[in-house]
Write a protein of this length. Structure first.
Length: 519
């Protein structure tokens, strides 16, 4: 049975990766005080509760929130080794629980024999074990025991305050450190953020793969219409001005059932590996929350791989190999039982050209039509973004090596009837002299009115393969389960839980109820 790599995504997953600088270099920047995180995968895993929440991606709490709550995970692309949960014959279904890591890093291998028969399309079962969360237990989030206490009201948890009541001074940092705002449109600052993330963000526990966020991707992900530079928060060493910690928020208009709310999506919580005993993550979360509150925004959405109080939905990553030979050779996946390499390559072979007439790359002139398609499509889901034309132009107009979007133009009427998209997030392969990285495509937004999702996504797989991608990852949200089996996706061992800050939804939702994607 081959292994499937968890999708390389963005949420609260553990950022306790091992950096590449020497300890001597660090000490000159006052970074070697109270060092606790060693470079071994075992100690990187979770030597202390604080280590577990450094990649606060997608929401005001994931990465940093982990650090505060005995294991918060970052909300973002899960990227770990994915073990296939089905034999190539499709006879054996598997559902795996990955509670130990927030967002699995690329290439994270799991036991190949832990399979259970069952469906993944169901809400999380909340265990009646009320684990104490020192941080989350005091936050305005839904708690495990709310139902027992008769707290069932849906809506904001904490009463809205006045902006005038929000503290105007930043939270106090440990000695030798200072707050900063990171302007990603400044080339020098963008380089600093890139270097911090590339050395200290998500890495798999076996130190084989590490997320690689190019600067163009970061600028796209963090500078949408209406973004606030003040929500891109950093911590520097006072003496050298070296950037050692980072967290971001972006504004988002989110619909929950029939109610639209202005929210913050907090992401990219990252702390230098040798500073994770300094409890900077709680301070980062509090500081970005303070800055969000100053803009009269009181709710947030985020994702994590681990169980925190309390997810509104739990989703799973599925993976479609495009270059199975490379994935197997670098240890990202394995040959299935009884399968040869040639059989595996043949099994995943795709046509050389797209099949659907009118399939072409999206252009700016298509923004209005795509906006209408997407707005109508997202109305089907209980949790979804409310996107304007400006939003669609930013998120979906193609950007080389960042996001790719394709439309289907009716050959007779010239109308845009369908569209699909993916974003690019590579992962560096560590210690491999032949291969530098794994090029992963992540399914983004799509809408279909004439073409079936199977046909639409099949063409998208063909395009991704033609552009040199090695694997195509997708969450089982929206109507995505309708094409997974037929297009030979394999269930990975990565789970992504969606959370809300300062808002309670009564019932746990199904993945198919979610229409929101967080980078």
């Amino acid at each position: 049975m081959s292994k499937s790599n968890e999708a390389f995504h963005h949420s609260i997953s553990s950022t306790e990766t091992c950096g590449e600088e020497s300890q001597n270099d660090i000490s000159t920047d006052v970074l070697s005080i109270d060092l606790r995180c060693k470079s071994s995968p075992e100690s990187s895993r979770c030597s202390s509760p604080e280590y577990l929440c450094e990649q606060f991606t997608n929401g005001p709490s994931t990465g940093a929130l982990n650090e505060i709550s005995n294991g918060l995970s970052a909300a973002g692309p899960v990227c770990g080794s994915f073990k296939y949960v089905q034999e190539l014959s499709g006879e054996c279904k598997h559902m795996s629980s990955n509670n130990e890591d927030n967002r699995t890093a690329p290439g994270h291998k799991k036991r190949p024999d832990c399979m259970q028969v069952g469906s993944t399309d169901k809400p999380d079962q909340i265990l009646p074990i009320h684990q104490k969360h020192n941080f989350w237990g005091k936050q305005p989030v839904k708690q495990y025991d709310d139902e027992e206490k008769g707290v069932l009201e849906e809506g904001p948890i904490a009463h809205l305050r006045c902006v005038d009541d929000v503290r105007t001074e930043p939270f106090k940092l440990p000695e030798h450190y200072e707050w900063c705002t990171c302007d990603l449109n400044c080339s020098e600052t963008a380089d600093e953020v890139y270097n911090l993330l590339s050395r200290h963000y998500v890495e798999d526990y076996e130190s084989m793969f590490r997320y690689h966020y190019p600067k163009d991707f970061l600028q796209w992900a963090l500078c949408p219409p209406g973004y606030l530079p003040d929500w891109h928060v950093g911590i520097r060493v006072e003496a050298t001005k070296r950037l050692v910690a980072f967290i971001t928020g972006i504004p988002a208009n989110i619909r929950l059932h029939d109610r639209n709310l202005q929210m913050a999506e907090v992401n990219f919580l990252c702390i230098h590996r040798e500073l994770r005993s300094k409890r900077l993550a709680p301070l980062l979360i509090k500081e970005v929350t303070r800055r969000v509150h100053l803009k009269n925004v009181w709710q947030a959405v985020y994702t994590a791989g681990i169980m925190l109080p309390t997810p509104i939905a739990t989703c799973h990553y599925w993976h479609r190999p495009l270059n199975p030979k490379k994935l197997i050779r670098v240890g990202f996946s394995e040959l299935g039982l009884g399968m040869t390499m040639n059989q595996t390559i043949k099994h995943y072979r795709l046509p050389p050209n797209v099949i659907t007439p009118g399939f072409r790359a999206m252009e700016r002139r298509d923004v209005l039509a795509v906006t209408h398609l997407l707005q109508q499509y997202l109305l089907q889901f209980l949790v979804a973004p409310v996107l304007s034309e400006a939003d669609v132009e930013h998120w979906l107009v193609p950007v080389s090596d960042v996001v790719a979007t394709y439309v289907i133009e009716d050959v007779e009427s010239g109308q845009i009837t369908d569209f699909c998209s993916f974003y690019t997030l590579p992962s560096t392969i560590l210690g491999n002299h032949k291969y530098k990285d794994i090029k992963a495509a992540y399914s983004f937004y799509h809408a279909s009115t004439k073409t079936s999702l199977v046909e639409l996504l099949n063409d998208l797989l063909i395009v991704a393969k033609c552009h040199g991608f090695d694997v195509f990852n997708v969450l089982d949200i929206m109507h995505n389960r309708s094409f997974l089996q037929e297009l030979k996706f394999k269930l990975g061992d990565g789970e992504l839980r969606y959370y809300l800050y300062n808002y309670r939804i009564k019932e746990t939702l199904f993945p198919r109820d979610i229409g929101l994607l967080l980078l």
